[in-house]
Ligand binder design. Structure first.
Ligand SMILES: Nc1ncnc2c1ncn2[C@@H]1O[C@H](COP(=O)(O)OP(=O)(O)OP(=O)(O)O)[C@@H](O)[C@H]1O
Length: 575
């Protein structure tokens, strides 16, 4: 029922100490309130003047005000603490995700990661702000009230004490059931979010093939599962609150009946009886509040667990610091030589790269060609440092490493994917994204080099026109030119990695882009994955891949006389 993860938060110990002190003060205020009120009522009932009860009435009001002030101060302090913790959790999550790279996002689904970073951290903040005071109140308020009740009426104190373990036991049982249900509900929510994002991404395909109606049915089924899981959690929440309310009412009734008998018998006087009667509902109040808020806070609890799990998973995917910070000499990065020795890569049991070995030295344009599924992207992911080889070693100059997930390597490499991402920003900012200090002149030169200067002039606000999702959309070829312009702008990067940059483009656009792309490649170490064979003639070295293996490699001018070429031609080229 109590979440250990809460006790692992930064600065939780001093915070808990303050909350404990405030809760004790609040519980004492409740005692003062009960005693003040009981004394005043009994005094008036015994026929004394109301003015004579002024001190007790003042005690009651002072305790009442003190209780509200303490509560407000505690809520304010906890809100600030909770939001600070949520911010730092979001920061750790994003840092871990960015360090782990696309592999992690691929595993968990982009919607699930986005949900965790935005909504999940909000839930965690609400959870921290709610659960810490409620948990502390359950531990402290009943204890203080019990101690106050003992000298007033031992029988009532005993009844209250006897009920408490049953309530706690019941809460534990509910806690276990609710926790499993909440985890299931969270899983359904992640599935629904990923499904929804997938549907949005694939909306063109769904429409084109007339499948959007069927797919809407599938979205409905996924949403239904989420709705059912939510209803189940709500059912348990309502039921458990009702049972606890009944329990507390029965306990109060038991105390009142026992008091009634003793008042009639004259073995108990009115003042302690009334004081205790006022205290008993307050005795059960923390546990009832905890029970009713517990379910509301479960989203935060599961989000906290999910975020922690994502961070741990990201850290496990990340290479050791020693590898990330492994110093690569500037000479090795200015004109890098790259050697892969018996490198293999497995995707959860499926070997996508098998015993890959080659050696190339800058400047060199290396064409990686092969049919779809032959392992080109997987090899480029290793060379980009997005993922780590399962076995084998990599040599950069004289340095040997087991992965290229290395700060210096990333600072010298540019990756141009099939589908470059356009940020929701102006054309200017999109081009300058990795070089925010680039001058307007440099940007204009980069745009001209990739043939985007005409578009920049035609756009309504010129280079400052917002582009990307929800704004002026660019064609696939124009988006690819933006990616090339980014690379042109940062000429200090000596390693270029292209993953089929023209795969989605028609032949005319590809030929238009070819000139700019080749100009960008001059004097660099280039890895260019493609299944379009005409690029082979522009490369210096060719690696032919088939089913995760290198079936041929050598200078490009030897390709046409090789068995690989005969095979490729016999297959009618690459698909
Ligand atoms: N995340 C993954 N999990 C499991 N298998 C994968 C994963 N990604 C790729 N594969 C498999 O690994 C093999 C190599 O895939 P890869 O994407 O590297 O091929 P490719 O040559 O780049 O193909 P294409 O030209 O179609 O992009 C394929 O059989 C593919 O199904």
């Amino acid at each position: 029922m109590f979440d250990r993860a809460i006790f692992e938060l930064d600065g939780i110990k001093p915070m808990m100490a303050v909350v404990v002190a405030l809760t004790v003060a609040r519980a004492l205020a409740v005692v003062g309130q009960a005693v003040g009120l009981a004394q005043a009522i009994v005094g008036v009932w015994q026929g004394n003047a109301l003015e004579e009860q002024a001190a007790w009435i003042a005690l009651f009001f002072c305790c009442f005000v003190a209780r509200q002030v303490i509560l407000a101060a505690q809520d304010h302090m906890l809100d600030r603490y909770a939001y600070r913790q949520a911010d730092s959790l979001r920061e750790s999550l994003l840092q871990a995700v960015f360090e782990a790279g696309p592999a992690l996002v691929g595993r968990r689904g982009s919607a699930a990661v986005v949900n965790s970073a935005i909504e999940g951290t909000e839930h965690v903040a609400a959870y921290i702000a709610l659960i810490i005071p409620k948990m502390t109140a359950v531990g402290i308020v009943p204890l203080v009230l019990l101690i106050a009740m003992i000298p007033l009426d031992l029988v009532s104190a005993f009844i209250a004490l006897a009920c408490f373990p049953f309530i706690i036991l019941y809460m534990i049982m509910i806690g276990y059931t609710a926790k499993d249900d909440a985890a299931k509900r969270h899983g359904e929510f992640e599935r629904m979010s990923n499904h929804f994002i997938d549907s949005l991404r694939g909306i063109d395909t769904l429409k084109a093939f007339g499948r959007s109606r069927d797919h809407a049915g599938r979205i409905f089924a996924v949403s239904e599962r989420f709705r059912e899981a939510t209803m189940k959690t709500l059912r348990i929440a309502t039921l458990s609150s009702a049972v606890l309310d009944t329990f507390a009412t029965l306990a109060l009734a038991a105390v009142a009946i026992m008091m009634g008998f003793r008042l009639v018998e004259g073995t108990l006087s009115f003042l302690p009886a009334l004081s205790v009667l006022i205290m008993v509902p307050e005795y059960f109040r923390p546990i009832r509040e905890f029970a009713s808020d517990y379910h509301a806070s479960l989203d935060g609890r599961t989000s906290l667990a999910a975020i922690r799990e994502t961070i741990d998973e990201a850290r496990a995917l990340r290479p050791q610091n020693a590898e990330r910070d492994l110093a690569l000499s500037s000479e090795a990065l200015e004109a890098p030589s790259v050697t892969l020795e018996n490198v293999s890569f497995d995707y959860a049991g499926y070997t996508a790269l098998n015993d890959i070995s080659f050696s190339v030295k800058s400047p060199c344009k290396v064409g990686i060609i092969g049919a779809s599924g032959s392992g080109k992207t997987t090899l480029l992911n290793l060379l980009s440092g997005f993922s780590d080889p399962s076995s084998g070693s990599i040599h950069i100059g004289t340095t040997t490493c087991s992965t290229l997930r290395n700060h210096q390597w990333h600072a010298h490499a540019t990756f141009i994917p099939q589908d470059p991402y356009l940020f929701h920003a102006s054309l200017h900012d999109n081009v300058a994204f990795y070089q925010p200090h680039a001058t307007d002149k440099d940007i204009a030169r980069a745009l001209e080099a990739v043939g985007l200067d005409v578009l920049a002039r035609e756009l309504p606000q010129g280079i400052d026109t917002p582009i990307g999702a929800g704004e002026r959309m660019l064609s696939g070829g124009q988006a690819q030119r933006v990616a090339l312009a980014r690379a042109f702008l940062d000429s200090s990067r000596t390693i270029l990695l292209f993953d089929e940059p023209t795969a989605h483009l028609d032949v005319e656009t590809e030929l238009e882009l070819k000139e700019s792309t080749l100009a960008l490649m001059e004097n660099k170490l280039v890895f260019f994955a493609t299944h379009r064979l005409h690029w082979a003639a522009n490369m210096d070295y060719i690696i032919v891949m088939d089913h995760g293996r290198i079936t041929w490699q050598g200078p490009s001018d030897k390709l046409k006389n090789s068995d690989a070429w005969t095979r490729l031609s016999a297959e009618g080229g690459l698909r």
